[in-house]
Design a protein. Structure first.
Length: 236
């Protein structure tokens, strides 16, 4: 019920922005093909707002964890880039359809601004490797790999994750210490974490050396603090 309400609000806002602006400029003629442009406008707003809502929900879930220690900048910038691009898109369409000679809108919607936004987006993607979830009925399977789709990011500049009072954080995944059943290195030198949470069994596979090294440091600290039993760890 809650998800349906949220979807309804996103659709309403996606429609409200173009229709509201169209009403404001009702006495001013729009460009040719404005019907198609409005359809694109509504659809683009929906995609961006849906993505922003999803990213915010994921980060909000993490911020509620006690004694959270992660690099928040990577998560925040990811959200802000989509917000800025949403604003840019709406300003660009307003300028294109209704105010082609407006100096301020022309300045803030020029190609250099787009290039800057995309550069920030690219750098942020290279600053943290996030999980890719694979479809499975019995076990939730996650992979952290630089071979996954580029949308899951890369750990070229930084690693996305950390700890909280009762466990680890990897990307957007929350792993309570008590949920972990085994940690080992497989034949292909991937770090594998197996366990069980409220939503079922999980299996996490990491093949990026930087993320593996980062997690092992967290793991060694957890073992030394007696939060993880060293007997369930078999890594090399």
């Amino acid at each position: 019920m809650k998800s349906n309400l949220k979807l309804g609000i996103i659709i309403f806002i996606s429609l409200l922005i173009p229709l509201g602006i169209q009403t404001f400029f009702k006495n001013q003629s729009a460009i040719e093909g404005s019907i198609f442009m409005h359809m694109f406008w509504i659809f683009a707003n929906f995609l961006f707002l849906s993505t922003i809502d999803e990213l915010f929900a994921e980060y909000s879930k993490l911020t509620r964890l006690k004694s959270l220690k992660i690099n928040s900048l990577n998560y925040i910038v990811k959200i802000l880039v989509y917000v800025i691009f949403l604003i840019f898109l709406n300003l660009y369409i307003v300028r294109t359809m209704y105010l082609p000679e407006h100096k301020l809108l022309t300045t803030v919607t020029n190609p250099a601004v787009v290039a800057l936004i995309l550069l920030i987006f690219l750098v942020n993607l290279l600053s943290g490797l996030f999980e890719n979830k694979e479809e499975s009925k019995e076990t939730n399977v996650y992979t952290f790999s630089n071979k996954n789709s580029f949308r899951t990011g890369r750990d070229t500049f930084n690693v996305a994750g950390g700890t909280y009072a009762d466990g680890f954080v990897l990307g957007n995944l929350v792993l309570p210490y008590s949920s972990i059943k085994s940690i080992y290195t497989d034949k292909e030198n991937r770090l594998v974490i197996k366990g069980k949470k409220e939503d079922g069994n999980y299996r996490i596979s990491i093949d990026s050396e930087k993320t593996i090294s980062f997690f092992k440091n967290l793991l060694n600290k957890a073992i030394s603090d007696s939060k993880i039993d060293s007997k369930i760890v078999k890594t090399r």
